[in-house]
Design a protein around this ligand. Structure first.
Ligand code: G1P
Length: 292
């Protein structure tokens, strides 16, 4: 595995988005926009910034708009061109040039582990990354890029991680780990548990929706039995991986928002809007007038 590069990103996007109903009754939750770009596009852009040229979308029924988003739109493009709206035209075209998008389906909602397993044949025998588009991370250096840099040193599986407060750990995969002696951002993982009861959590180190995985994970996913919530849990397969290979957590730089949750989505929207050159200054002024 020495010197292997991460070229492929898997983006699981087959979920039903129940936390955002009724908005997600017909629209995939991954297409909810932060300002003017869908969550999914941020995920694809992060994969590309990390060096990937192929993105494997795991989709399901009623989710074809996600594929269309990355495809050419001849009538729209012609209309924008005719009307001289060249900046918008470029924004629309840019999306289609980001990466090679490969789509495969998860036909039953059997869990995140099962979703990732659907990419087995397309990924093949090489390390790859997984980005959950609900989790958005803001930082000058995109989160997956930071993790790919860490992978270049370790050549091992790496899980994005952050410390969460109190009982919140019960909503995440949780790491039992020790801090690496040479790099305080790296955590050597010794055990993992999916969504533990707070009193059973081995630490407050939560897994966030960013993973770099070695291809052995597919074999372990195939052998997996249902875990928490009766689902095939990616966390359980990675726990099995620890018996064969080193697995690290990585304390990324930046702020993470759970944009799959209404409150997290609102916070992400505000943060993203404030960072925009075109909207930020006026939006900041307007927020000041709200007298919070
Ligand atoms: C999934 C994983 C969990 C991880 C989380 C990060 O859970 O199963 O281990 O901590 O993503 O967002 P979900 O949020 O899909 O229930």
């Amino acid at each position: 595995m020495a010197g292997m590069k991460i070229r492929k990103a898997v983006i699981p996007a087959a979920g039903m988005g129940t936390r955002f109903l009724p908005a997600t009754k017909v629209m995939p939750k991954e297409m909810l926009p932060l300002v003017d770009k869908p969550l999914l596009q941020y995920g694809v852009e992060e994969a590309v910034a990390a060096g990937c040229d192929e993105v494997i979308l795991i989709t399901g029924r009623g989710k074809v708009t996600m594929e269309d988003h990355f495809d050419r739109a001849p009538e729209l493009e012609a209309s924008l061109e005719r009307r001289g709206k060249l900046e918008l035209l470029e924004a629309v075209r840019e999306v289609t040039r980001l990466a090679r998008i490969v789509v495969t389906r998860q036909s039953e909602p059997l869990g995140l582990g099962h979703a990732v397993l659907q990419a087995k044949e397309i990924v093949g025998d090489e390390p790859f990354c997984v980005i959950l588009p609900d989790d958005v991370v803001t930082h000058g250096e995109p989160c997956m890029k930071q993790m790919v840099c860490a992978f270049e040193k370790t050549q091992s599986s790496i899980l994005g991680s952050e410390i969460v407060e109190g009982d919140a750990i019960q909503n995440y995969g949780c790491l039992e780990c020790t801090v690496d002696a040479d790099d305080p951002r790296l955590l050597r993982v010794t055990d993992m548990v999916e969504k533990p009861k707070p009193q059973d959590a081995p630490s407050q180190n939560a897994i966030i929706g960013r993973y770099i995985l070695t291809p052995r994970i597919f074999q372990l996913l195939e052998e997996l039995k249902p875990g928490a919530g009766g689902e095939l849990q990616l966390t359980d397969a990675i726990k099995a991986l620890i018996q064969y290979e080193k697995v690290y957590g990585y304390r990324f730089k930046g702020t993470r928002h759970d944009a799959g949750d209404k409150f997290g989505f609102l916070k992400a929207t505000v943060d993203f809007a404030l960072e925009r050159d075109d909207l930020g200054p006026a939006f900041r002024e307007w927020l000041r007038t709200r007298n919070f």
